[in-house]
Design a protein around this ligand. Structure first.
Ligand SMILES: [Zn+2]
Length: 200
């Protein structure tokens, strides 16, 4: 396979990128050699520096640490875990400064159409975290489910609520005010702050 088709094939492996779009990326990179250099440098750095947190699955630049800066910060509330779909949701919530606990990145949502099931997400690892907290005798554990109010987000939330029920801990989700179908990244800061404050 020639270099062009090989890269098209690579781009096509990204979720929701088809071959046509992948081909457009390749053409664009060939026309913009500076951008191509930037990509090469960023890919190299990503490979060397970045990793996924062992505990919460957030992406971060490692610097000799297996835990991300949030999980390693002992000043953060250790018995509150906010469950989000993707990494980007953490940045959105952190910007509001409303939450000072820990996170757990699911890595997506349950989606029967796209054949994404609960086992493709980090739910088992979340359960392990809760078990460990209980083993350490940590009291008043709260799991805040902050999945998006889309149908897949809601499906995932309901599944989580059912799975976490036997642990006898407080399980909440973001309050009303977030319109159905929208995602956290498009919600204005005040609405998100209120949704946290009014969690149920
Ligand atoms: Zn972490």
């Amino acid at each position: 396979m020639d270099s062009i088709n090989s890269l098209i094939k690579s781009f096509s492996k990204f979720p929701s990128i088809g071959p046509r779009q992948a081909a457009k990326f390749v053409s664009y990179l060939l026309k913009n050699k500076m951008l191509l250099d930037e990509f090469i440098k960023n890919f190299e750095n990503l490979k060397i520096k970045a990793t996924i947190c062992n505990q919460c699955f957030m992406n971060f630049d490692k610097e000799n640490n297996n835990l991300c800066p949030i999980c390693s910060d002992k000043k953060r509330i250790q018995n509150q875990i906010c469950v989000v779909e993707e990494n980007e949701d953490i940045q959105v919530i952190e910007k509001t400064k409303i939450f000072n606990g820990l996170y757990h990145v699911l890595g997506g949502t349950i989606n029967p159409i796209k054949k994404i099931s609960s086992t493709d997400l980090t739910i088992e690892m979340l359960i392990k975290r809760i078990k460990n907290l209980q083993k350490e005798n940590i009291k008043n554990i709260e799991i805040i489910i902050a999945t998006n109010p889309t149908s897949e987000g809601e499906l995932t939330r309901l599944y989580l609520e059912k799975e976490l029920e036997p642990f006898n801990i407080k399980i909440t989700h973001l309050g009303r005010g977030i319109s159905t179908g929208s995602t956290l990244e498009y919600i204005d800061e005040n609405t998100l702050i209120n949704a946290f404050k009014n969690r149920v």
